[in-house]
Design a protein around this ligand. Structure first.
Ligand SMILES: [Zn+2]
Length: 231
């Protein structure tokens, strides 16, 4: 990984997730946290006021998602979710191994976010929270088995990010295999945006043909063969 240009934080995050390197005082650096029944938000001291708002955004998004799933007739227990607001992009990259242009990362009911100031400057705080929460739900419903194209497509659709991707050229609906390759091999923010746009197109088309409820059923039943639904 080092030969390919990754730094030690990224290498540690890959092979020893959760490991932190720094002076003792850093390791114990005071982060605050706030909890509701379903969420626990950890944040730098400076974000205390914002954390309250984030908690209520999460709660209302949770309710919306819960309703969508019961409409779809999918049994599901909403897990307890931990949200970590990172103080710097360096912290975010170090903790997640994600590229610095990623907005967030979700893994095992834990959502890691870039610094709030950055997300707000880009105007994507609300959509990012919604998007990542959809990932938590999809992982729980689909037992971490959902193919990435389907998970990303649903997350982008429900977060309302489709409009941002609509202008993307070459965003055609692709076959799942091609989509999966595109998502796995994107090396830059621009390539990732293209891959997301293609996943979004494909899922939007599926929703048009089958309806959203059927899509949730696919996630729950782990049935990903969409060729039957295509003309
Ligand atoms: Zn995503």
């Amino acid at each position: 990984m080092a030969q390919r240009g990754y730094n030690y934080n990224q290498i540690l995050a890959k092979y020893f997730p959760g490991t932190m390197v720094g002076p003792q005082s850093n390791v114990r650096s005071p982060s605050k946290s706030r909890s509701s029944s379903r969420f626990r938000v950890t944040f730098p001291e400076t974000d205390a006021r914002e954390a309250e708002r984030i908690l209520s955004l999460l709660e209302s998004n949770r309710n919306v998602l819960q309703r969508r799933l019961s409409t779809a007739g999918v049994e599901f227990q909403f897990p307890t979710v931990e949200i970590v607001i990172n103080k710097s992009t360096g912290d975010f990259v170090g903790r997640t191994g994600m590229p610095p242009w990623a907005a967030a990362a979700t893994h095992n009911n834990r959502i890691e976010l870039q610094p709030l100031s950055l997300l707000k400057r880009r105007g994507i705080l609300e959509t990012t929270l919604r998007h990542e929460l959809v990932h938590v739900v999809i992982d729980a419903v689909g037992g971490n088995r959902t193919p990435r194209w389907l998970a990303e497509g649903i997350a982008l659709h429900l977060a309302g990010e489709g409009k941002l991707l609509e202008q993307e050229r070459n965003a055609v609906a692709l076959r799942p295999k091609e989509l999966e390759d595109k998502l796995a091999n994107a090396k830059t923010a621009a390539e990732m945006k293209q891959a997301y746009a293609a996943a979004y197109r494909t899922v939007r088309e599926l929703i048009r043909v089958e309806g959203e409820n059927k899509l949730w059923k696919r996630v729950a039943q782990r049935s990903y063969d969409v060729s039957a639904g295509r003309r």
